[in-house]
Design a protein around this ligand. Structure first.
Ligand code: HEM
Length: 498
């Protein structure tokens, strides 16, 4: 037997054993009444049908298999939820059983998932982190107090757009908004800007974008654990390098601050989140370990920037594509604000159409199509089926927002549908869950709900917008990743508002 035949026989033996094991496991599961789903191929399961844009392909097959279905992604049994009734079961009625995360390759390097607010199981450490973030950043009273900071960040964004307006050149919307958001978060934590507009060298922006890209790449290692150690796509290797650089940047800022706290008199203290958490990490209760700060910062940068800039880009895209809706939103702003700037966030409360535009954007284009994947750590029963221990659970909020039986003209952008309705996005209406629901609901939702309408209102009130010359049709293709973003970035030209 030559070497080739020998290797071939070994491979065949390996695959047959794996398939037998798989069939055995499936028979065991079928006695437990797994939710229905497409029949899986040996070893690879259904993975090949769902590599690109799984939010769309899962929505399609849910029409056949129903709102709770099983899809076999290699070795990872995945249960996909696609209706409001089933989402209520998972996120409200049996919330605790479904609240553990399923951290994937890119986010578990350097043991990030063991300190991460987004990936820790719902234990004491996680509760403590959420409590700290709420009380120092996201409570209504903290957000009211930091309104001036957001005003300044939005003013910088307007100045950047103003330069393009004067030059008649296009703004790359997602990139501009990303810069604004990075500066909002760095100012909240450190009291200074770290990101710059334009093409100048921008270490933090590049690192965060690179981390988001790695976190959004489907990794074969997550579906086929036996190849995980080889890191075939290089995701773990690249994520480790990026995360190390981000941590080193944050650690140098923390060290500098510790030094200046040591040397300064108490009246010179910065009144920012870093100071507050450094104080509690030094307090006698040791509520917070200083080594957890870089992990927390990483989560807030990654979870807060890409989601918000993607949502903003879709809102601008839909408005430019539907000029009559854009004009209606601008007319409302003119009527309420007059010719001045939208400089107070509180004015948003008087702009119901602008708020409806944001809700409609979140319905059609929820940034995080499946929420952040959950996992069950024991068998859980739902609607007569068993979700087996270790299964990953995805809630397809993208499909639920386009469900024809719930939403009239589900694929059209019609903000008016929210004008006479009490449905909101805060986790109580299970047909509309862009921020998730239950105990793992998005931590930054109160900030996003202020920031998105404020930036959108400011940019459409201060400027009018058109596509670049020669572009007649807006390309609406989307691309699945950490967020479902527009495949071709929106570039639009601002011109003076009359
Ligand atoms: C439009 C903007 C945003 C959208 C659409 C969004 C969406 C989401 C979604 C769907 C989840 C998962 C919820 C679940 O599993 O039930 C999530 C979690 C999270 N979000 Fe957001 N988010 C946005 C903005 C933000 C901002 C601005 C921040 C912070 C600066 C943030 C921080 C987080 C964190 C830390 C988590 C993890 C919470 C946990 O696991 O306990 N998000 N977000």
């Amino acid at each position: 037997m030559n070497l080739f035949s020998y290797v071939f026989c070994l491979l065949l033996l390996f695959l047959s054993t794996q398939y037998l094991l798989f069939l055995l496991k499936r028979t065991r599961f079928s006695q437990k009444q797994l939710p229905p789903g497409p029949f899986p191929l040996p070893v690879i399961g259904n993975v090949l049908n769902h590599i690109t844009n799984p939010h769309r392909s899962f929505a399609e097959i849910a029409k056949v298999y129903g709102p709770v279905m099983t899809v076999q992604l290699g070795y990872l049994t995945t249960v996909v939820i696609s209706s409001a009734t089933m989402a209520r079961q998972v996120l409200q009625k049996q919330d605790l059983s479904f609240s553990t995360r399923n951290p994937w390759s890119a986010v578990s390097v350097l043991d990030h998932h063991e300190s991460s607010i987004a990936f820790l199981p719902p234990n004491h450490q996680w509760t403590n982190l959420r409590k700290i973030c709420k009380s120092f950043i996201f409570s209504n009273c903290r957000l009211d107090a930091s309104g001036g900071l957001r005003r300044r960040v939005v003013q910088q964004l307007i100045s950047h757009v103003q330069n393009h307006c004067a030059a008649g050149s296009a703004v790359e919307i997602r990139d501009a908004v990303l810069t604004a958001l990075l500066n909002l978060i760095t100012n909240t934590f450190f009291s200074f800007d770290l990101a710059k507009y334009g093409g100048s060298e921008n270490q933090l922006k590049e690192l965060v974008s690179a981390m988001v890209a790695e976190a959004g790449t489907l990794s074969g290692a997550d579906f086929f654990p036996m190849i995980g150690a080889f890191d075939p796509q290089g995701i773990r290797r690249r994520s480790t390098i990026i995360m190390r650089k981000i941590f080193s940047l944050f650690n140098s800022i923390i060290d500098e601050r510790l030094m200046s706290r040591k040397n300064s008199v108490s009246s010179e203290k910065n009144d920012d989140v870093l100071d507050a958490i450094l104080s509690i990490s030094r307090g006698k209760d040791k509520e917070f370990d200083i080594s957890a700060i870089p992990h927390l910062l990483l989560d807030l940068f990654v979870a807060g920037t890409d989601t918000t800039s993607t949502t903003f880009e879709w809102a601008m895209t839909e408005l430019i594509r539907n000029p009559e809706k854009l004009e209606k939103a601008r007319a409302e702003l003119r009527h309420i604000i007059g010719n001045g700037n939208l400089d107070k966030e509180e004015d948003i409360a008087q702009l119901p159409y602008l708020q409806a535009v944001v809700k409609e954007t979140l319905r059609l284009h929820p940034a995080v199509a499946f929420l952040i994947p959950r996992k069950v750590s024991m068998d859980v029963h739902i609607s007569g089926y068993t979700v087996p221990k270790g299964a990953q659970v995805l809630v397809n909020v993208w499909a639920m927002g386009r469900e024809e039986s719930v939403w009239e003209a589900a694929n059209s952008f019609i903000p008016e549908r929210f004008m006479e309705s009490n449905i909101d996005v805060k986790g109580g209406n299970f047909e509309l869950l862009p921020f998730g629901a239950g105990r793992r609901i998005c931590l930054g939702m109160p900030l996003a709900n202020r920031m998105v309408p404020y930036m959108l209102g400011s940019l459409i009130h201060s400027f009018n917008w058109k596509l670049e010359d020669g572009i007649v049709h807006m390309n609406m293709d989307d691309k699945f990743g950490f967020t479902v973003m527009k495949a071709l970035p929106l570039r639009a030209i601002p011109f003076p508002s009359c």
